[in-house]
Design a protein around this ligand. Structure first.
Ligand code: FEO
Ligand code: CA
Ligand code: CA
Ligand code: CA
Length: 604
């Protein structure tokens, strides 16, 4: 008899080859469609999209730019309707505004449109017929639909650093009400049906860092805010629309970004929140799993070269069905940072990706406790300092400097945690930190996937083992690894960014910045058993785009991806586009759904 599928259903689809085609490509037997694109209406009464006349007001009612994280939250009591939650990470002004020259030359109206194009959207969607396709619900009454924008949406800060002097400003002397969310990258769907979203590269929005007191500059610098010039190059010049982005006048405004945000799409009246207990860094995202004890653990990455992996464990326990209680779980808890140790001799990690003599990049790790409630475990730092300037805490305790930790997500089937370490072209170069067993390649162009197994399966614990199931790149390159699988049978992959799971526990990986030269895309592999590492390409996106999301619905019938920044290629503009996807004119970021024509399971 055949052995049972070790991690559930097999991935039998025929992989698609690498390509540079200006559309979304899916396997034979599948179809795809745009669900919603930049400028489509979200709120009732939204004006039709008008490329030539974009304002803060119009964009505040329309779907924002550069969709990134996605999740689909079922509406209780309905099997045909759900809520699509999407992040809008950043804007490409050159691809948005005809005649664009420089940020300085934008009108204030255009700056306000760009600010409104950042944030998040909640959109009610419905199934199309009996397929896996989804489309927005249209109508005059859309009670769940929401735009959260940088222009005007208040967020409530909670947790131990809320209200601290670091968060107080002239506009918000209590330090608890923050307007907007910034550079929202990946995220997670919680077991209680809310969306978590990471505020990532918030540094690029501030000017005036040169004028802050000398003693405060190190804190800005550690988060990438330049303090050597009033207008760092590439500055978005948002202070022309709202003065708060001028640190010379409002030095604490930058401290109000870099948090994990929680949005409850099912409660249209609820204020979105920023959870200070989960620390402040360039948050890629956060994904939650309920531990055996009932506490919840959130796994998180700080996406920059040589930054750290983190874990948050709640003080309180998850109560099935008690939504009001569960909404408080991320307000208090303990924050840890990861330290990884290889089990092979350091001399065997030669920087090429060649496996050490034990046949694996693997080892053990510790979760180092940084702060629990108002108690700091970091010498010389208060709890509020640890939470607000978390990168310094990681530095002090000797956390492991990783190759850009992007999305970090536990498999709800196995409890193992998967982190996309996207790349690090500075690894081992010049005076930068050298290779270690978890980050084994010099000038790492293609990235790797890290698997963490908590000791005893305990998500509240402080020790784990780890390995690298996939060391990305062209499989013909000897410095790659695909779980030990026959490398002649796998798809090339570069720069893993977002991870997801289907209900069988297969690992899905989306890429950003394919350094092999073809379009980015979405891949899938079994992660247990003999098919571990049999990676196959499922989808590609147009040139210049990265593949975000991805999200597989609980019934395994739909996979949604966010096609972010299509046509983002040096020199391209909206007037001279490098991609005309999806409408044939100029490029627009959009959410795409893919489904099997016969209604079958995704991946089959
Ligand atoms: Fe916004 Fe880390 O990618
Ligand atoms: Ca990302
Ligand atoms: Ca080893
Ligand atoms: Ca990315």
């Amino acid at each position: 008899a055949a052995a049972p599928a070790p991690s559930g259903a097999a991935l039998t689809f025929k992989p698609i080859p690498p390509n540079e085609i200006d559309t979304v490509i899916v396997p034979n037997g599948y179809d795809h469609a745009v669900v919603i694109r930049w400028g489509d209406p979200v709120l009732p009464g939204a004006p039709a999209f008008d490329l030539e006349h974009q304002t803060g007001e119009s964009q505040s009612r329309q779907f924002g730019y550069n969709n990134d994280f996605l999740c689909v939250v079922p509406i209780p009591g309905s099997d045909r309707r759900a809520l699509l939650v999407s992040n809008h990470e950043y804007t490409n002004e050159e691809l948005m505004f005809p005649g664009f020259t420089t940020q300085e030359a934008l009108t204030v109206d255009q700056v306000r449109a760009a600010m409104a194009a950042h944030g998040m959207s909640v959109v009610e969607i419905e199934r199309v017929g009996r397929t896996g396709q989804w489309q927005p619900v249209r109508g005059k009454r859309l009670p769940y639909n929401k735009r959260l924008t940088m222009l005007a949406t208040p967020f409530r800060a909670d947790g131990p650093a809320a209200g601290s002097p670091f968060l107080r400003t002239v506009a918000d002397p209590r330090g608890t009400t923050i307007i907007g969310t910034l550079n929202n990258c990946a995220g997670g769907l919680t077991p209680w049906g809310t969306a978590l979203s990471g505020e990532e590269n918030f540094n690029q929005y501030f000017v005036g860092g040169d004028a802050v007191p000398e003693a405060d500059k190190a804190r800005l610098n550690r988060y990438g805010i330049l303090t050597t010039a009033r207008y760092p190059s590439g500055s978005r010049r948002w202070e022309r629309a709202q003065e708060r982005f001028d640190l010379a006048k409002h030095p604490n405004e930058a401290n109000r970004f870099g948090w994990i945000v929680e949005v409850d799409p099912l409660d249209p009246g609820a204020l979105p929140r920023k959870h200070t207990a989960m620390g402040r860094f360039k948050h890629e995202g956060a994904n939650v799993i309920v531990a055996k004890s009932g506490h919840v653990a959130a796994y998180m990455g700080d996406d920059e070269r040589f930054e750290y992996l983190y874990k948050f464990v709640s003080d309180k326990r998850y109560r099935p069905g008690d939504r009001k209680h569960n909404l408080t779980l991320l307000e208090s808890g303990t924050l840890y940072v990861a330290q990884l140790t290889g089990d092979s001799p350091a001399a065997e990690i030669d920087g090429t990706g060649k496996l050490p003599s034990d046949g694996a990049f693997d080892g053990t790790g510790k979760w180092i406790k940084l702060v629990s409630g108002t108690t700091s475990f970091v010498p010389g730092m208060t709890a509020v300092e640890v939470l607000t300037f978390t990168r310094f805490a990681g530095d002090k305790v000797g956390a492991t400097k990783m190759d850009r930790p992007e999305d970090v997500q536990p498999s709800l089937r196995s409890g193992k945690i998967y982190a996309a370490l996207t790349n690090n072209t500075n690894r081992g170069v010049g005076t930068y930190a050298g290779v270690d067993e978890a980050n084994p390649r010099v000038a790492n162009k293609h990235g790797q996937v890290l698997e963490i197994t908590e000791d005893g399966g305990d998500h509240t614990g402080e020790s784990f083992t780890w390995s690298l199931p996939i060391v990305c790149g062209d499989p013909d390159d000897p410095g790659t690894y695909f779980g030990g699988y026959d490398k002649t049978k796998v798809s090339p992959i570069s720069c893993p960014d977002n991870v997801a799971f289907d209900s069988s526990g297969n690992l899905w990986i989306a890429t950003d910045g394919n350094a092999l030269g073809s379009n980015d895309g979405l891949f899938a592999t079994a992660i247990e058993g003999p098919e571990r590492g049999h990676l196959k390409q499922f989808l590609t996106v147009p040139p210049g785009a990265e593949t975000c999301g991805p999200f597989i619905t609980a019934d395994d019938r739909s996979v949604l991806v966010a096609v972010q920044h299509p046509g983002e290629i040096t020199g391209a503009t909206v007037d001279n586009p490098a991609s005309t996807w999806p409408d044939g004119s100029y490029a627009k970021p959009a959410v795409v759904v893919t489904w099997r024509l016969d209604g079958g399971r995704i991946g089959s």
